[in-house]
Design a protein around this ligand. Sequence first.
Ligand code: CDP
Ligand code: CDP
Length: 245
Amino acid sequence: MMSPRAAGGAGTESPGAGRDRIVVAIDGPAASGKSSTAHMVATRAGLYHVDSGALYRAATAAQLRIQPDVSRWTDAQLPKAVALVTLVARPTAFRPMIGGADVDLEIRGPDVTRHVSLVAQIPNVRAWVNDQIRALARQHDVVVDGRDIGTVVFPDADLKVFLVADPWERARRRLVERSARRPSEADIAEETDRLVQRDARDATQTVQAKDAILIDTTTLTQDEQVSRIVALVEAARARETERGG
Ligand code: CDP
Ligand code: CDP
């Protein structure tokens, strides 16, 4: 079994240290629209998108490659697993790779989704993810999505948004995203259960910052929420310019 300190080594930086770039934090529960919205905001506002969940997923996928049997996970394996993960720059995003290869499909698969919350509980994994993100934010203007970006990773972010949506609608969207066919009520009910269970496992780290702007996307189109956030980014930039930042 793996103990909480298993990843080892990381976690030395203080939030915001040496940073003078724009940071936008988008947090919220599973399938609330964070990643797709953050990506569109990045494209429209000229920022880099960093998906912190993808980093937790990549660490989990690498660990499962090293040892597919979760009951045989040990403390010694996790530092080796995270060492396989690198972040590669795309035109408007940083994407995790494992051993230099694309892992987009693997990290969204059911095996990783089932185990990612367990790996994300390990403090040294959280410290490793946070260090990666803070290092990028020193070099680039970023929009980072996750659970604790506005509270733990960047408590001094220029803009914080917390996205929520009704669980049934989140489940419906997730299924639509995965398959061209219209999901049945039974499929949506099953997916709602899975999402609600993952929300419960992630509850301690999914915290809305006091100064975050809450957007309920249940009845919004994606374009509406993106436009709203892009307007907020522009306002944050104008404030920064006024302050001479
Ligand atoms: O996209 P989805 O909401 O399904 O999940 P994700 O954003 O890809 O995140 C996958 C998992 O990583 C979550 O279920 C959390 O366990 C963990 N996570 C976290 O603990 N903290 C973050 N800042 C982001 C993700
Ligand atoms: O990152 P997170 O798990 O919060 O959500 P996501 O991976 O962005 O998935 C949300 C899905 O809902 C995507 O397929 C979006 O296109 C869709 N969607 C949305 O995010 N917002 C709307 N108002 C309508 C649909």
